[in-house]
Every structure is written in structure tokens, then in C-alpha cells.
Design a protein around this ligand. Structure first.
Ligand SMILES: Cc1cc2nc3c(=O)[nH]c(=O)nc-3n(C[C@H](O)[C@H](O)[C@H](O)COP(=O)(O)OP(=O)(O)OC[C@H]3O[C@@H](n4cnc5c(N)ncnc54)[C@H](O)[C@@H]3O)c2cc1C
Length: 402
């Protein structure tokens, strides 16, 4: 039985509200502290929730809310060198769900609020001190808050990660900038499909929308990383000019870029990966979601793993009295799984931003990627069939998940 009664959850993105809901289910009172003035401030673009993430959302009763308004993705294709190959789907699983990031944040926040979870906005964490009796968080507005534990759900550039370990790694740059758009162009495929395309010069993906237009995401190789704020200072027309130049000879990439109006362009800046964080916790502070395991957008699993970890953390705090031992059990359970997903995504990232050696090997690597994707059970079975058994008791030395 837990001795943890209260928790400060830093970050109101995806992992934060889900952790708060799961903690509440575990009997721990959690308050969420979000840096921005509103939960959907400055967030755009889409992400796909995988079947494992959907199941984890189900544990906290958030699946229906998260999936409201989403697009089910029933089929996928891989396109390269002018060839398009239909990818087999994993049998017996529900489709991935494409959601708008801002809508997902909002839905999780609203659900948490309706379940009695308090969220405080405009609370940017700048420091924290722990002692034998609890942990005190300090915010940029001069206020502070205290609880038994502090959960860092503050994303890939986490402040909590550095508070836990000043030597903690910064996220790695994947070598690509992220963009998303909606084109006034109808592609040949049907809504409910997504196509991953290695174009002549760069990677992109696209999905036909029910309204006849086409959504797309592009990963533009660039040597130097570019923070989001700097990327957003560049006029959208300027980015579109570069995107049209890069994808102009691709089918349908060229049409997609040419028919995307500037107001439909979303800029994500550098895309990151955080494959290994040596320290996940102290005695009273712990990390969850992208703050500790950002597998990069190439995995299609960042949000789903964030939700899983939030639920698993609450389960461990529910059953293990001492927070530090609960965090140990949580790390043991999660680390092997999340690092394996990041390792898979890192291989795809090599193809998206190939260095001189990888460029020579690209045809070989593409064949390997295709072979992998054609055996979905081997490639994604363990990732997508994973389930958390909420009711099973956690033992202090519970064995690692795979
Ligand atoms: C272009 C792109 C495409 C992606 N596609 C997919 C996909 O298809 N499928 C998928 O599963 N994942 C995808 N991801 C990854 C996914 O978005 C992340 O894994 C997920 O958002 C992680 O959730 P989180 O709650 O840990 O972090 P975030 O969603 O980043 O939330 C962190 C929150 O913490 C707040 N915060 C930060 N610092 C502080 C502070 N000091 N004090 C208080 N609050 C703070 C932030 O404002 C934010 O609200 C994609 C990512 C990108 C960039």
C-alpha cells in the first residue's frame, strides 16, 4: 500500500494529464502545473495513437475522449524509388488513430478536470528541492507548491531531467526539420490510409482527409538544428518555397507542396530523439513521457509510450510504499521497452537524413526496411500488442517488460 498521498505533475501535455488521472485512480491526489497560459497554446500538427497507446488510455477511461474526431488509419503503404508497396497490418488490432495534437491535449485536460484533477496554468517550473518529508517546486512567477512526489512530464526539453541529474543528456537532433500541411489536392488513395514516402531528396508522408484534401508531414534534412521559435520566425512562404524545391519532382509530393496555402503550414522545428537517460529519478522526483524517453517522430510511438509510462508509474506508486522503490520498479518495467522502440526509430532516422556512408548504402537499407515492414508481427507485434494489467499487483522487484 502506498505512502504517497500527493503529487505535483509538471507539464500539461499528454503524459501529465494521463499521469494525474492514473494517480487519482491509484488513490494519489495530483495537481498539474503547465507553463503555458492554456493547455493548447502553441501546439499544432497531428500524431497517431497506436493500439498499445489506446489500451493504456482505456485504463484511465480516456480512450473515447482522446479518439473523438480522430481519423482511423486502416491501411499503410511504403513508397520509394517510384514503387509503392502495400504494408500488411497486424491482425486483430484496432487501427491507429490520427488525432490533432491540440485537440488531444484539450480532451485529456478536460477529462482530468471533470474527474477532479486541478490544473494550474502559467506555472513554469524553474527549480525544486526535496527533503525527507516531501518535495517543493518553484515556479517562474515566484510561487511554489509542495507534495510527496514530483513527476516531470515536461517534454523533450525537460527542466526536471536536469534537476534530477545536472549531467543528464540533452535530446539529440535527428538531422531533420518537421513540417505539416493540408493541401488543396486530392491524391489517388482513399481516406483511412497513410503513405510513407522516401522522395528523391527527402522523406514525407501523406494521408487523404475525409474532406477531399490531403494532410502531409515532411522531414526536411538540415545539417544544423533549428529551435522551434527560430523556425517560426521564418515566413511560411519562405518554407513553402524550400519545400516545393525539395519535393517538386516527387509524385504526389510536388502537387502537395504546390497546393498548400501558407496559412495551412505548421512548423515543428528540429525533431529530436532521447534514446537513453541514465537517471530516471531521485528519491522523490521522477520523469515520464518525452522527458525521459522521446523515441522521435519516426517511431510513431512517442505519445503512446508516454501514456503507457504514466499509467505504469501510477501502478507502481499505488503498490510500493516507498516512492524511491516505486520509481525503481517503474524504471525496471519501462526502460527496456522504451529504449528498444527508440533504437528502431533511430534506424529509420538514418534513412531520412543519410550521412555520406548511409547515402551509399541507401538502396540496401531501403530493402532491409521494406523486408522488416513486410513482417509486421516481427517488426511491430511486441510494440503494439503490449498491454498494462492495471489490476495486477506490482512487486518491488517486478521483472522488466519487453
Ligand atoms: C512532428 C512530430 C510528429 C509526431 N508524431 C507522433 C505520432 O504519430 N505518434 C506518436 O505517438 N507520437 C508522435 N510524436 C511524439 C509525441 O508528440 C510526443 O511523444 C508526446 O507529445 C509526448 O508527450 P509528453 O506529455 O511527454 O510531452 P509534451 O506533449 O511535449 O508535453 C509537455 C508539456 O510540458 C509543458 N512544459 C514544458 N516545460 C515546462 C516547465 N518548465 N514547467 C511547466 N510545464 C512545462 C509543455 O508546455 C507541454 O505542455 C510526434 C512528435 C513530433 C514532433
Amino acid at each position: 500500500m502506498s505512502s504517497t498521498r500527493t503529487a505535483l505533475v509538471v507539464g500539461g501535455g499528454i503524459a501529465g494529464p494521463v499521469a494525474a488521472l492514473a494517480l487519482q485512480k491509484a488513490g494519489v491526489e495530483a495537481t498539474v502545473y503547465e507553463a503555458y497560459a492554456s493547455t493548447a497554446d502553441g501546439v499544432g500538427g497531428s500524431l497517431a495513437i497506436a493500439p498499445n497507446g489506446q489500451e493504456a488510455l482505456e485504463v484511465v477511461g480516456a480512450r473515447a475522449a482522446a479518439e473523438a474526431g480522430s481519423i482511423p488509419l486502416h491501411s499503410s503503404a511504403l513508397s520509394f524509388g517510384g514503387r509503392e508497396v502495400e504494408l500488411p497490418q497486424l491482425a486483430g488490432l484496432p487501427p491507429m488513430r490520427l488525432v490533432r495534437r491540440g485537440e488531444l491535449y484539450r480532451a485529456l485536460h478536460d477529462l482530468a478536470t471533470s474527474q477532479g484533477v486541478r490544473t494550474e496554468y502559467g506555472k513554469r517550473l524553474v527549480g525544486a528541492e526535496e527533503d525527507a518529508g516531501g518535495v517543493t517546486a518553484r515556479f517562474a512567477d515566484g510561487t511554489s507548491a509542495r507534495a510527496d512526489v514530483l513527476i516531470g512530464a515536461d517534454g523533450v526539453h525537460s527542466v526536471v531531467r536536469k534537476l534530477i541529474d545536472p549531467g543528464a543528456p540533452d535530446p539529440g537532433y535527428t538531422g531533420v526539420l518537421g513540417f505539416e500541411g493540408v493541401a488543396d489536392h486530392r491524391v489517388r488513395r482513399e481516406p483511412g490510409s497513410q503513405t510513407f514516402t522516401f522522395g528523391r531528396r527527402a522523406y514525407y508522408l501523406y494521408w487523404p482527409r475525409p474532406d477531399g484534401r490531403t494532410g502531409w508531414g515532411a522531414n526536411l534534412p538540415q545539417d544544423k538544428p533549428m529551435p522551434l521559435a527560430a523556425a517560426r520566425e521564418v515566413p511560411a512562404e519562405e518554407w513553402l518555397r524550400l519545400l516545393r524545391e525539395t519535393y517538386g519532382d516527387d509524385d504526389p509530393g510536388g502537387d502537395l507542396m504546390r497546393s498548400t496555402p501558407a496559412e495551412n503550414l505548421q512548423v515543428s522545428g528540429s525533431l529530436h530523439i532521447l534514446p537513453h537517460v541514465p537517471r530516471w529519478h531521485t528519491g522523490r522526483m521522477v520523469l515520464v513521457g518525452d522527458a525521459v524517453h522521446a523515441p522521435s517522430n519516426s517511431s510513431g510511438q512517442g505519445a503512446s509510450l508516454a501514456v503507457e509510462s504514466a499509467v505504469e508509474l501510477a501502478r507502481c506508486l499505488r503498490d510500493i510504499p516507498d516512492p524511491s522503490s516505486a520509481f525503481d520498479a517503474y524504471e525496471r518495467s519501462r526502460r527496456p521497452r522504451v529504449e528498444k522502440v527508440a533504437a528502431r526509430a533511430a534506424k529509420t532516422n538514418t534513412l531520412k537524413a543519410p550521412g555520406p556512408v548511409a547515402r551509399v548504402l541507401t538502396p540496401v537499407l531501403m530493402r532491409v526496411l521494406l523486408k522488416t515492414a513486410l513482417d509486421p508481427e516481427k517488426a511491430f507485434g511486441a510494440e503494439q500488442r503490449y498491454r498494462i494489467d492495471w489490476d495486477a499487483p506490482v512487486r518491488a522487484a517486478e521483472s522488466a517488460a519487453t
